[in-house]
Design a protein around this ligand. Structure first.
Ligand code: TYM
Length: 317
């Protein structure tokens, strides 16, 4: 089976954008690929985050991923910092990556423009660590949302640079994009759903019924907003009802209140069993820790193999 890698940052709550844009694919692709999934906690250090919060977020994220359907019998799941090799390979890649390539990254420019103080070097070299995450396992396939396509393009550039300078060793990893390539914000319908635009802009998978009902009720309903809500409904609701509401919308007869009520119902129905599983894993944290330890152990074996070969190739051995 082909190898697949993907990662998610433990910087806050998982929302429906993460789920529909990437994590649903993570779950669905488990029987088709040799899957390696990582909670990329070292990437989270590029933002200001309290150590306790980072630790807590990482465990919660592992719980969320298991509750959404990541199956440790099929896939490896581990914390990035538990495997030695990610940063080591990133250093080797740093020495191959032109600064100009890093400076043109949209995510870097966005993050840098938000900062008032110093812009840390980690923010700039973030995509190099991401390339190392993927290539440490020589993964050919990477399921991500649209916002990560540029980073994947850079991963291919880095692989090519390595292969040209030394010898053909790394694959040129290709993205897999889900139909929901860019899920939009409830509050700012022209922006992607994101943790950084405030609570009201996203639905977290851990949000309770009252919160979800309130967030959808308050969602902006300009033309773009309605289309976004309809799109969300298409993923969680019933096909016939979706088509009915689409017809109504096209003839200007769709009541936004009806759409919001239907969407709330559909999202709550989807999240109910997920939240039950979250509660189960919250009560069984030692099981989750064990899954992460096991995942890291197996990932480490693969990482060691790659690093031994890479060191040989570049002359560090
Ligand atoms: P992160 O943690 O921001 O997001 C995790 C995944 O969710 C997708 N996503 C979305 N998809 C559609 N619509 C949205 N509104 C939306 N918001 C988030 C992201 O595209 C991503 O796939 N740099 C990565 C983490 C990373 C990684 C890697 C990914 C580190 N190393 C190696 C793949 C391979 C990130 O910040 O994702």
């Amino acid at each position: 089976m082909k190898k697949l890698f993907s990662g998610v940052k433990p910087t806050g709550k998982i929302h429906l954008g993460n789920y529909l844009g990437a994590l649903k694919n993570w779950v669905d692709l488990q029987s088709k690929y040799d899957c390696i999934y990582s909670i990329v906690d070292m990437h989270a250090l590029t933002i200001d985050i309290h150590p306790d919060e980072l630790r807590d977020n990482s465990l919660k994220l592992a719980i969320d991923l298991l509750a959404l359907g990541i199956d440790p019998k099929k896939s490896l799941l581990f914390r990035q910092s538990d495997v030695v090799g990610h940063t080591e390979l990133a250093w080797i890649f740093n020495c191959l990556t032109p600064v100009s390539e890093l400076e043109r990254m949209t995510q870097f420019k966005d993050e840098a423009s938000k900062k008032t103080g110093n812009i840390n070097a980690g923010l700039l070299t973030y995509p190099v660590l991401q390339a190392a995450d993927i290539l440490l396992y020589r993964a050919e396939t990477v399921p991500v949302g649209e916002d990560q396509l540029q980073h994947l393009e850079l991963t291919r550039i880095i692989a090519r640079k390595f292969n040209n300078r030394y010898q053909r060793y790394f694959p040129e990893s290709k993205p897999i994009i889900s139909p929901a390539r860019r899920v939009m914000s409830l509050k700012y319908p022209d922006k992607k759903m994101s943790k950084s635009h405030g609570e009201a802009s996203y639905i977290a998978i851990r949000d309770d019924e009252v919160t979800i009902t309130k967030k959808i009720k308050k969602a902006v309903t300009d033309e773009q907003g309605i289309l976004n809500l309809l799109e969300l409904y298409s993923y969680f609701g019933q096909k016939e009802k979706y088509e009915e509401m689409m017809v109504l919308h096209k003839s200007n007869k769709l009541m936004s209140l009806q759409l919001k009520e239907e969407l709330t119902k559909a999202v709550l129905e989807f999240l109910k069993p997920v939240q039950e599983k979250i509660a189960y894993y919250e009560d069984n944290e030692s099981k989750v820790e064990k899954i992460l330890r096991n995942g890291a152990k197996k990932a480490q074996r693969q990482a060691d193999q790659t690093m031994a070969q890479v060191k040989q190739i570049v002359g560090l051995k």
